[in-house]
Design a protein around this ligand. Structure first.
Ligand code: PGA
Length: 263
């Protein structure tokens, strides 16, 4: 049963391309997706967006401007400018009219040693400029097996949420719960298992700001496929999906967005 707050949260389905694609592959994928959406015009479908590798932001802006699919990046620096070789700023994302950036993906936390403090600074920099920080949280299989999953994930949430709340920016945030053991493994969390975590995340947010907590979209990520998307979307605290592998196929991604439409 959806409560009134859940009804106000429109679903969002974001494709995380990771380090995949190329100019011609991207064109084929985006035109395929736009074509499917056009053919489906008037039908129910979740709001869609793609998180592209930064070199393709210009292509995304040119290809997607004026269409219903949004675009953003997979990471951003919390710094504004200067001697940060290889990084790019929120203002640079704004040059390409990006609407959001993923921050704190587990692949970046693990491979680039990003701490909760770094993730929080990036989220604040984005929200401060009016972009949506899509903040990823999640636990390893070891943490889940030890029974500490909820505690560990809620600690990650609290860290970033408090930093945003201190600047009155919490309502700008979107969180994605991505259990690390479900990413790229083909082993999605069960809908009830994901719901349990999403409810705990929302409780954590409501301890900081109850009004924002009711409005904030909580996406699930980790081996989402068209076949499993509807069961996930039926959970009251799942407001969309962050989709990796399946976002590289236009039809599969489109079908996930349809299944996540909430209707
Ligand atoms: P996956 O990736 O859908 O391929 O599991 C999700 C993610 O890492 O965002």
């Amino acid at each position: 049963m959806l409560n009134s707050a859940a009804l106000q949260r429109s679903s969002w389905v974001v494709g995380n391309w990771k380090m995949n694609g190329g100019l011609s592959d991207n064109e084929a994928l985006l035109s395929g997706l736009l074509g499917l959406l056009e053919d489906h015009a008037g039908g129910s479908v979740a709001q869609c967006a793609v998180a592209v590798p930064a070199p393709y932001l210009f292509q995304s802006m040119v290809r997607l401007s004026g269409h219903s699919v949004g675009w953003g990046s997979q990471d951003v620096s919390a710094e504004t400018s200067g001697a940060f070789t290889g990084e790019f700023s929120v203002a640079m994302l704004q040059d390409f009219e990006a609407q959001f950036s993923i921050v704190g993906h587990s692949e970046r936390r693990a491979r680039h040693a990003e701490t909760d403090a770094v993730v929080a600074a990036k989220a604040v920099a984005l929200a401060d400029a009016g972009l949506v920080p899509l903040i990823c949280v999640g636990e390893s299989i070891q943490v889940r097996d030890s029974g500490q999953a909820v505690e560990s994930v809620c600690l990650q949430v609290r860290h970033v949420a408090q930093a945003l709340h201190a600047k009155a920016l919490l309502s700008h945030a979107v969180f994605a719960y991505e259990p690390i053991w479900a990413i790229g493994t083909g082993r999605s969390a069960a809908p009830e298992q994901a719901q349990e975590m999403h409810a705990a995340i929302r409780r954590t947010l409501s301890e900081i700001n109850a009004q924002a907590a009711a409005q904030i979209r909580l996406l699930y990520g980790g081996s989402v496929k068209a076949a499993t998307a509807a069961a996930l979307a039926a959970q009251p605290d799942i407001d969309g999906a962050l989709v990796g592998g399946a976002s590289l196929e236009a039809k599969e991604f489109f079908e996930i967005a349809c299944a996540m439409s909430g209707e």
